[in-house]
Ligand binder design. Structure first.
Ligand code: GLN
Length: 200
């Protein structure tokens, strides 16, 4: 039996609709999160891809940085894709000086790290805890250059470049699983959320 969980999708900027479609396709409830008060009652939250510097600015203007950080620090299961991963990271390289991140995932990420010629590419990558390789779409993606002691590497490309990480209740991918038909990473995240709900 699977209980229905409610997943917020941060909706200040970026690719929101695809995440909502995936979550609903998996039988969970998805709600857009535009303001701090929308954080109440969530079982999990997704930070979508987009443009991290813009997302950072809008979160700051909307007074959402501190409430969002507090919610995640307080144990809210969270999943960031691409710019969303950048927003979760403790350290961001090659970004604007005024850009801020939530600092809830102990990794160093470098923005736009896959070079100009290959701004976008797709591949299938093995992912820890998921049986089949995952269909991964990379669009001006960041890479993870350092992981903290408590961070698990979930997947790599090119023989070692880290593109998927998890630290307890916080999951991040450099790529966009929501832009393929492969819902396995979202399924994995929903399991994280259900495990957290059951241990509350
Ligand atoms: N390059 C973008 C950034 O730095 C991320 C791209 C994406 O989310 N697809 O925020």
């Amino acid at each position: 039996m699977s209980s229905t969980v409610t997943i917020g999708v941060l909706s200040v900027q970026g690719g929101v609709a695809e995440h909502i479609r995936m979550i609903e396709g998996l039988g969970a409830k998805a709600v857009p999160v535009r303001r701090a008060e929308h954080l109440a009652g969530l079982d999990g939250i997704i930070l979508p891809g987009g443009e991290s510097t813009t997302m950072s600015r809008l979160l700051r203007l909307g007074g959402m940085l501190a409430p969002l950080r507090a919610a995640i620090d307080g144990g809210l299961p969270s999943f960031g894709t691409c710019a969303g991963l950048i927003m979760l990271a403790t350290e961001v390289l090659d970004t604007r000086e005024d850009a801020v991140s939530l600092q809830v995932l102990d990794v160093t990420v470098r923005r736009n790290a896959f070079g100009r010629q290959v701004n976008s590419f797709e591949t299938h990558v093995p992912f820890l805890g998921i049986e089949q390789p995952v269909h991964a779409v990379f669009i001006r993606a960041p890479r993870v250059e350092r992981v903290g002691d408590n961070v698990d590497v979930m997947c790599t490309v090119d023989g070692g470049t880290i593109v998927g990480v998890r630290q307890g209740h916080v999951l991040g991918t450099s790529f966009h699983p929501e832009l393929s038909e492969d819902d396995s990473v979202h399924k994995y995240f929903l399991q994280m959320v259900r495990d957290a709900v059951h241990s509350r």
